[in-house]
Design a protein around this ligand. Sequence first.
Ligand SMILES: [Zn+2]
Length: 411
Amino acid sequence: MSAPFLRRHDCRLCGSTDLKEILSFGETPLANAYRSPDDTSPEVFAPLVVNFCNSCKLVQLRDVVDPEVLFKNYLYVSGTSPSFVAHFRDYAKTVAERFALGKDSLVVDVGSNDGVLLSHFKELGMRILGIDPAENIAEEATKQGIPTIAKFFTPQTAGEIATEHGKAHIITANNVFAHTDDVAGFVEAVKVLLRNDGVFIFEVQYLKDLVEKNLFDIVYHEHLCYYHITPLVPLFERLGLRIFDVERVPTHGGSIRVFVGWAKGPHAIVPRLGELLSQETALNDSAPYEAFAKRVAENRTKLLAMLTNIKKEGRRIVGYGAPAKATTFCYALGIDASTLDYIVDDAPMKQGLLMPGTHIPIKAPSVLYEDKPDYCLILAWNFAEPIMKNHVRFIDGGGKFITPMPEPRIV
Ligand SMILES: [Zn+2]
């Protein structure tokens, strides 16, 4: 069954119709639509096609799945990953120091999920507020002491917040800015809520890392844009704001943390912005994306051959980690339960469910030690190191890990 989606024929940043298709996965299941084993309802699929805008250079999905379908009942809870907790603690501390936040300062986090970032600002004494459309998660976060509004971030919501709480010193948005189809509308909402000296800080996965490390599986329906700085600078300028700094951070295989203030605000442009822009010139043409698609296809062939050989030897393979990107990964490679007996995941809420589309069962990591499979393919490759460190016992027992990125390798 096809998900309700909208096909765009223009660029969502600049409106140009000069778009070029650079990657297509055909129709794929929604990456976060984990299924209960007794669910017999028809599964929802939508086209997953990536375009490059020849005009503003934005890499973006062509089709937009209805956000109500994607985000209302979201399973991803960031606080469950220990390395994310550390990442967000440092993030809050750095921002509070750099922008001299005080006890009255209001920090609003858009797409606040379980409130992991806000909890650290709260510890530092700031006023906090979360916004997240996932009602289940917003309710739980509020119960845990992180006040969270279950809404999409629109100029109207921003206005309501400004009236009730005052304008924000800091607005953060981590891994949500790339989820929005109406980018200008999102920025308008930021403008309604941001103080004159305020800073809007967002983290998105970085296109340069995606291309250089062959991270094709971070392409899924939630991620509508794959950003580099080049198309963002004119976007904010057009809307009266200004990017004044950018940092590269290691999250999700490589991300950028972008700092935005008012065009006439107090924050001066930091030199590394220009340096980063000059390193992006290779991404401003469609040719490198053709080479990227070719590398992705080669790695796919290589990994499939590796898995097929292992199966031929009569050995068993399982997966580690069932993040959303594992849906694209398994689906693009045609990997199902005949290849991976099951996938283990640390998040209890995913255990017992089935992967979208491929229906590979998800189990608890302890099963590795009861069942003793021969190989474990790490699908949550951004956590490969901690996973292997936590499961030295699996290796000591004769098990082997396979890491798929930047190219498949048996460790
Ligand atoms: Zn464009």
